[in-house]
Design a protein around this ligand. Structure first.
Ligand code: AGP
Length: 612
């Protein structure tokens, strides 16, 4: 996600835009830029780093002007750098664009434009779009609004854009598809932003542009059209949310917002990478290693915390579908135990932040021993992607809550795609099986939406266990990493001691803990180990434990033997982690809130552990 702010009116634009970008930094903060038009002409300032850095960098520059647009970036194509930051310009430096989203067909468009003599400065998909608009306007000899409309009809992907024309300073053009854009309506002034956070202090009336709509904005006029050229009468709405609520999108905490973002973040993670009809997967970041993957004899996954739990789901998926042995190592252990690694190994480092010290140190050791290193990270251009040979970004967007939620499901999504991708290379999955798996994977975001709808039930269950001192999480097969992750979520934000265990292991010790005070969360969905899990539930109930079961929708059998049931939609076992973790995230969240804990910044924890 990136942050967009635009202004056209009678006020000085710079203070509005720079303050607005700071309000949007929760959407992305690896680089920022502003373009502004004044009586002396046009200025553009763009720098890697936070918005405050751009502000300091331009302190002695000409920042006057009453038309401006700004962007704070969350890199998806092209690492964070001055040149990759927005706004981007057309070939003739007349048009400028800021963009939030992903242009999936940018490579094809870029090739065509290069063949027509265009020259590009950056690695971004955004720069291709403004060059395309320039090219269409030049060929068709049409006005800018029409050129933008025609260009967007050829674009595949998601965008929220604002375009500025140096030679036509009294207008801005905005458009959206798949990424949010709101237009604030003033008297003789208009505001544009990714959400209402940057504009709520200036105006009350807004228009939320709809997908496939484009707007021409002047100080005293607003024209909204659909991409099929039909003029729209947009709905004017009054803003109700307060600023503080807006940054959290109306949620009480960033963690809850990020839990609810998971249908979108998983779609973004899959975007441009799966073709369900043809049963094909594209992972551009590792495609040059496709042959190596075909013949690899071992994969080692290194990570910490939640990322380690994602890695464990990766082990189950890769071994099941690609039939390659996988070992999952805590990076902190791996780095100190002189591991046996050869150049025949592929090591996969998983890290949301891309900055975890233990994981980085483990990477260096594996590299020294000749392994090929892939990274699975969320923060584009962070340290780990810079020191690995290749990788796959999770595209989950900034994760502000210290307790990882959407990053975990995005990591699991990438590992699922990786398992299928290797199976595709090795032929261990038929095209028809891949087609059915990818078709079902495509439906997972909607199924997660269904699970999110059980939030109130989960909140009621949380109220029953909020005063517990201990909690056990049990699962079998791919339910075991889910149990581990559910336990970590509960312990790190509610401070209740929680442990995840393989359900069958309970009889080897933890069963001694079971009594009427002990809540036991069991992943008991209909899969290959269902009957065995039922036995484990009965063992707990025989000792008066409180059982909360995550069950397959419609399973009434288990309902008779447990205290609480939370249903998740039926799905292939491959996708169980993506669905079963959702209720556990919500359970941990509600318990922590009821215990008065600081959900977004739990005690003693940091979002990125950059020290040993
Ligand atoms: C998870 O909720 C925690 N925030 C923590 O375990 C985290 O997963 C771990 O520190 C690894 O961080 P990384 O993914 O950024 O490397």
């Amino acid at each position: 996600m990136c942050g967009i702010v635009g202004y056209i009116g009678f006020r000085e634009a710079w203070p509005i835009v720079i303050k607005g970008l700071k309000r949007l930094e929760y959407r992305g903060y690896d680089s920022a830029g502003i373009s502004i038009i004044n009586d002396n002409g046009f200025s553009i300032y763009k720098k890697a780093g936070k918005v405050a850095f751009l502000e300091d960098f331009t302190r002695n520059q000409d920042r006057s002007g009453r038309v401006a647009m700004g962007h704070t970036r969350w890199a998806t194509h092209g690492e964070p750098s001055d040149i990759n930051s927005h706004p981007h310009s057309s070939n003739d430096k007349r048009l400028y664009i800021i963009h939030n989203g992903i242009i999936e067909n940018y490579a094809t468009l870029k090739e065509e434009l290069l063949n027509r003599g265009h020259q590009f400065e950056s690695d971004t998909d955004t720069e291709v779009l403004i060059h395309l608009i320039e090219e269409i306007q030049g060929i068709e000899q049409i006005d800018l609004l029409e050129a933008v409309r025609l260009a967007l009809n050829t674009v595949i992907g998601a965008y929220a854009i604002v375009i500025m024309d140096r030679e036509n300073p009294d207008q801005l053009i905005a458009a959206r598809k798949g990424s949010p854009l709101v237009i604030g309506i003033g008297e003789g002034e208009y505001f544009i932003a990714s959400d209402a956070t940057p504009i709520v202090e200036y105006i009350k009336n807004v228009i939320y542009l709809k997908d496939n709509e484009i707007a021409l904005i002047k100080r005293d006029a607003l024209l909204v059209k659909r991409l099929d050229n039909v003029i729209q009468t947009p709905l004017v709405q009054e803003l109700e949310l307060k600023l503080e609520e807006l940054e959290k999108g109306g949620f009480d905490h960033f963690m809850l917002k990020e839990i609810y973002e998971q249908p979108r973040s998983i779609r973004d993670c899959m975007r441009g990478r799966i073709n369900a009809e043809e049963g094909k997967i594209e992972l551009g970041g590792i495609k040059e290693y496709a042959d190596k993957l075909k013949n690899i004899e071992r994969i080692i996954i290194i990570a910490c915390g939640t990322s380690w739990h994602a890695g464990l789901t990766g082990e189950y998926l890769i071994e099941e579908y690609a039939r390659i042995p996988v070992e999952v190592e805590y990076a902190s252990e791996f780095r100190y135990r002189n591991p046996i690694i050869t150049e025949k190994d592929i090591v996969i480092a998983i890290s949301q932040s891309g900055e975890t010290a233990d994981t980085m140190a483990a990477i260096e050791i594996a590299k020294e021993k000749g392994a090929t290193i892939f990274g699975i990270c969320n923060v584009v251009g962070s340290s780990i992607p810079r020191i690995t040979h290749a990788g796959v970004y999770t595209h989950a967007g900034p994760e502000i809550g210290v307790a990882s939620t959407k990053a975990f499901t995005a990591q699991v999504t990438v590992l699922t795609l990786l398992a299928f991708y290797i199976a595709q290379q090795k032929g261990t999955l038929t095209v028809s099986k891949l087609t059915s798996l990818l078709t079902e994977l495509d439906s997972i975001p909607d199924k997660i939406q269904t699970v999110l709808a059980t939030n109130n039930l989960i909140k009621n269950i949380a109220a029953k266990i909020k005063d517990s001192r201990n909690c056990l999480f049990l699962g079998r097969g791919s339910g075991f990493p889910v149990a581990l992750e559910g336990a970590l979520k509960l312990k790190e934000i509610s401070y209740i001691h929680a442990e995840g265990y393989p359900a069958a292991e309970m009889k080897h010790g933890p069963i001694a803990l079971i009594d009427k005070e002990m809540p036991v969360v069991v992943i008991a969905t209909k899969n290959s180990s269902y009957e065995k899990v039922i036995s484990n539930i009965q063992e707990v109930k025989a000792r008066k434990g409180i059982v909360i079961a995550i069950v397959t929708a419609g399973d009434k059998e288990i309902g008779k033997m447990v205290d609480y049931c939370i249903e998740i939609p039926d799905a292939d076992e491959a996708f169980l982690p993506l669905l079963a973790i959702i209720p556990l995230q919500l359970l941990a969240y509600h318990v922590a809130v009821m215990r008065g804990c600081n959900v977004d910044q739990p005690r003693n924890l940091a979002k990125s552990v950059t020290v040993e």
